[in-house]
Write a protein of this length. Structure first.
Ligand SMILES: [Zn+2]
Length: 101
């Protein structure tokens, strides 16, 4: 797993702990058959479960990640924009946290 991702994970865990936000990592390596990017398989992404979070808590987590770690985010192939966190509302609602290396 990438050093940047470990840094983000540790900081996020502390942030969630200090704000009484449940922090449950659901995936690090690939577990879904079809992935748009290789960030999981190359150890540059983890998923955070948001099912048990309020919308306000989700916003807090996203704002925290964007404010502190967006410079470490991966660049999306679709639009060339750097993002450290993306919300996926699909088969399971989660925040996908990704780094460029
Ligand atoms: Zn993901």
């Amino acid at each position: 797993m990438s050093a940047n991702l470990i840094t983000i994970m540790g900081s996020l865990w502390a942030f969630c702990f200090n704000n009484s936000i449940p922090c449950q990592i659901t995936s690090i390596k690939d577990h879904v058959k079809i992935r748009k990017t290789a960030t999981h398989s190359s150890g540059r992404a983890f998923d955070l479960r948001v099912k048990n979070l309020t919308e306000e808590q989700i916003k807090k987590v996203v704002a925290y990640l964007n404010k502190n770690f967006n410079h470490l985010g991966a660049i999306s192939k679709s639009d060339n924009v750097r993002r450290v966190v993306v919300r996926h509302i699909g088969t399971f609602d989660h925040l996908h946290v990704q780094t460029y290396n």
